[in-house]
Structures are given as C-alpha cells and as structure tokens.
Design a protein around this ligand. Structure first.
Ligand SMILES: O=P(O)(O)O[C@@H]1C[C@H](O)[C@@H](CO)O1
Ligand SMILES: Nc1nc2[nH]cnc2c(=O)[nH]1
Length: 484
C-alpha cells in the first residue's frame, strides 16, 4: 500500500487522540442527524479540519466532526456530517473518510441520510432502510487509478447494502417499536431538488427514495470490503408529490425530529441494558429545556422512553404558555403527560422557577401540578440564568404540606456543593419534620453536586438520603441539555 495516502495519517491521528487502536463500527450522520452519537461513552471529538485531506462539509446541518467512543462496549467512530459532490469537492476526495475507516479496522458502516419519499407510505418523518440504489451519475470516487491493495478494479454490487444488516435493523426496529420502511434510493448529485418529471421517471424505474449522498460512500466502502447499512430519514415527498416547495430548511427540521427520536431511543435503551440487574433507576427529560416542545413529538418521545425502560420522566412545565395567558393549554399539556404514565412511572415536573415572575406564580403552578397527581416538584432545568432558589423551594414545601398528599421535591440547577445542599435539606426538615424526609420525597439535582457529595459524604448527616438518591440517575439525550 502507498503509505503517502492521507487516510493513513488520518487514522493515526484518530488513534492517537482517542487512545483506541481499532474501531469495529462506523456511522455517517447525514443532514440534521449529527446529534445521534452525542451521548456515547468515552467520547472524543476531532474536527475534520485537523485531518489531512478530509473534505470539509459546507452545508448547514453537517457539523464536520469525527466523534469516537463506545456504545455497549463496542468501539464506534462517527462522522457528524459529510461532504457532498454538489459542494464542488472532487469525487476522489470522498475516498479519504471511508478509507480512513478501513485503516481503523472498521467492518460495518451505517449511513444515515435525509431523503425525499416517492411512495405514499414514505411520508415525512418515516425511517426507511435502503435495500439498493440507482446511480446514474458517472463521476464516482473510484474513477481513476485503482488501489488494488484496498479493493479490486471491478467489484460486485449485488449485495451492496448487506442483507444481514438489513435483517438486523428490521429486527431491532421491531423490538424497539420503531416503524421502519424499506426502499431503493436514487442518487442525484444536486444541489437542486429533482423536477417532478425526474421523480416520475425514478418511480417508474423502481426507486422509492431520492437523495444527494450515500452512494459515493457506499461504493467506496463496498470496494474496500466494508459492509454497509443505510437508513434514510424521509424529510419530504419528492417534487411533484409534495404539495409545498422543497427546501433544505424542511430537510433540517424533519431530520432533527427523527434524530432526536433515534438518540433518545438509543440512550434510554442503552442505559437500561447497562443497568440491568441493578437497582439504579433511569430518568429522561421531556419537553426540555424550554417547555415549548411540540406536544405530538414529546408525547411520542415519552412513550418510546417508557417502552425503552425509563422509570422516571422529568417534564418541563409549559410555563411560557402559562405566562402568556394560555393557562388552560399549559394545564392540558400537563394532564396529557400525567395520563401517559404506567403504574410505576415517576413523573417530576420542572417548573423553571427562575423564569417565573414571582412566588405567587410558583405557588399557583405548584397547586395545579399537585392537583394533577404528579410525583415530584422540581425547580429548574439548569439552563436558565436563575436556577434552584431557597424561596421557590420553600413555596414547594408549603404547597405540598397544604395539599396533604404525598409529593416529593427536587431542588435542581446550580446546587454544586453539599453545604448548599444541606441548607435545602434543613429547610425541608423544618417544614415537614425531620422524620418525614427520605429519598422517596426529597432529591437533589445531583449532576453538579455528585463529586462534592462523594468527597464529603461521611460528614453529612443526611448520608442515607443522599446515598439512596444516587441510585437514581438521569439519562440526558445528547442535545447539550443535560439536566441538573
Ligand atoms: O447528507 P444528506 O443526504 O443527509 O443530505 C440531504 C441531501 C442534501 O445534502 C440535503 C438537501 O436538503 O439533504
Ligand atoms: N435529491 C433530494 N435530496 C433530498 N434530501 C432531502 N429531500 C430530498 C429530495 O427530495 N431530493
């Protein structure tokens, strides 16, 4: 092999930066889908700009990072975004990322993309596994001199998308209750979306999906002996089928939703797998972080999180609806979330007290939550300038005492040392009585507090409560929105 090829150097850099010698599996995350791997274990992020000859994506929704780590102990290397030929990159430049994977020992490449759907059942929001492709665009990365050490000059494409991987994907989708369709992907170079006539022609030729990527990488990977699986997120109906003009904004908006779904599923499932047989509980945030999510989407997310094994849901109260005078809307959203619970789900409501104008509002919303029968009042997401406060916590304590039925509290956001935590605990002991406080009704948002607590546990008189609370961990979807 020619040692001067940049992909050797790229692989060396990735190995040196991650301390990992070999990667089994790789993923290429297409338009808007880059967040899918954010939450992997032992994460290292390397910008494409640090890797020689790596083509840099110039399109929005393609971050241009290599993200390395582990999922369930399997080493994974992911590309957040890809370069497309319509950006003006020479076709051969797309060899570098895939051959870097080859040098890293990758055996399986999972690609994702955003695509147009050509059949009625491939409507926006659908995920579809690619079974084959149609490529009429001649100038692919493998034109030019062949590197026989990587693969043969002429190579077979009969099973370009591994039937075995397709089977596995379908099985996993069924197990995780993800509706998954399948289809043939037609590759257009872009950057224009197709004409209606092109879409009609592609349908006649047997295509189900249409897009501007994936095929150059599939060809390069198959040539190098890497097995390929590919998943399209349908972001729109193809031109002429769609009733509205096509746009990249639509692609990004739809793929973001699908990406969130993928990530949340992967991480709750992943956490459940890791924690099997332990008493550790799994919580996930919903309608996070601003409480302004689309109800259809977050209800679906919550449903899937529960199906995937989440024990607890931390729902951000739609406080902006409330503050804008739409109290009925806010309450009905809360009630719908509450109704979704199964018998053992713990529902915590994050009021985002730092964003509420006064303590009267904190009390009004607390009362509504209590009447809805929720399990915990929680102060903050940790994403606003003002987070947990003793004043808001005191209102929670009074509201719960006055209500007279069990409900817990969770001061959260900005509690970083146990002296502060201890003050909150003392407040609860004073309001409810020392003997009434336990892990069942008093928690801290512990992500900023944990190390400090571990260091000082022995001197803290609340040891039992805190230790028990540590059995409850929060799983945050990988959207840079870790709850506190
Ligand atoms: O990289 P993918 O295939 O996900 O991106 C698709 C094709 C174009 O780059 C873009 C059009 O909106 O989405
Ligand atoms: N070529 C193509 N690419 C897409 N990416 C997302 N939607 C489409 C589409 O309709 N056509």
């Amino acid at each position: 092999m020619n040692k001067n090829k940049a992909y050797y150097e790229c692989a060396d850099i990735i190995r040196a930066r991650t301390g990992m010698k070999r990667f089994r599996t790789a993923a290429i995350l297409g338009s808007g889908l880059g967040s899918v791997l954010e939450g992997i274990d032992k994460k290292t992020v390397i910008s494409y700009a640090e890797l020689p000859d790596f083509p840099l994506p110039k399109v929005e929704g393609h971050a241009g990072n290599v993200i390395c780590g582990e999922i369930n102990g399997v080493s994974v290397v992911g590309f957040q975004g890809r370069a497309h030929l319509y950006e003006g990159h020479p076709p051969q430049s797309l060899l570098t990322p895939i051959r870097t994977l080859k040098m890293l020992g990758v055996e399986v490449l999972v690609q994702t993309n955003s695509a147009g759907g050509l059949r009625e059942n491939l409507k926006p929001g659908t995920l579809a596994v690619i079974t084959d492709h149609i490529n009429f665009f001649g100038n692919i990365p493998l034109t030019g001199e062949n590197d026989a050490a990587i693969g043969p000059r002429f190579f077979d494409m009969t099973h370009a998308y591994s039937p075995e991987l397709i089977k596995i994907m379908k099985r996993c989708a069924a197990e995780y209750c993800i509706p998954l369709k399948e289809g043939v992907y037609a590759y257009f170079m872009g950057p224009n979306f197709e004409t209606p006539a092109e879409i009609r022609a592609m349908k006649l030729l047997g295509a189900d999906l249409v897009g501007m990527s994936t095929v150059p990488e599939t060809l390069t990977a198959v040539h190098a002996g890497i097995q390929v699986a590919a998943l399209s997120c349908v972001t729109n109906y193809g031109a002429g089928i769609s009733k509205t003009p096509l746009s990249h904004e639509e692609t990004l908006a739809e793929s973001k939703i699908a990406g969130k779904k993928m990530s949340e599923l992967i991480f709750v499932k992943h956490a459940r797998g890791q924690l099997k047989g332990t008493p550790v509980k799994i919580a996930t945030v919903i309608n996070f972080p601003h409480g302004t999510g689309n109800p259809a989407e977050y209800m679906e997310t919550a449903k899937q999180a529960l199906e995937s094994g989440a024990d607890e849901l931390d729902f951000v109260f739609p406080y902006r609806d409330w503050l804008n005078g739409n109290r009925t809307v806010a309450v009905s959203k809360l009630q719908s979330m509450s109704a979704l619970r199964n018998g053992r789900t713990v529902l915590k409501i994050i009021l985002e007290t730092g964003e509420l104008p006064d303590l009267k509002t904190v009390r009004e919303i607390s009362d509504v939550c209590l009447q809805t029968g929720i399990d915990f009042l929680k102060t903050s997401t940790g994403k606003t300038p003002v987070s947990a406060s003793p004043e808001a916590t005191s209102v929670f304590l009074e509201a719960i005492r006055d209500f007279g039925h069990p409900c817990g509290i969770k001061p959260s956001g900005g509690i970083r040392d146990y002296a502060v935590a201890d003050r909150y605990l003392s407040m609860a002991e004073t309001a409810w009585g020392k003997d009434m406080i336990s892990a069942a009704n008093f928690r801290f948002g512990a992500s900023g507090l944990l190390d400090n607590l571990l260091g000082g546990l022995s001197s803290l008189h609340t040891e039992n409560t805190v230790q028990q609370d540590m059995k409850n961990i929060s799983v945050s979807p990988p959207f840079n929105n870790t709850p506190h």
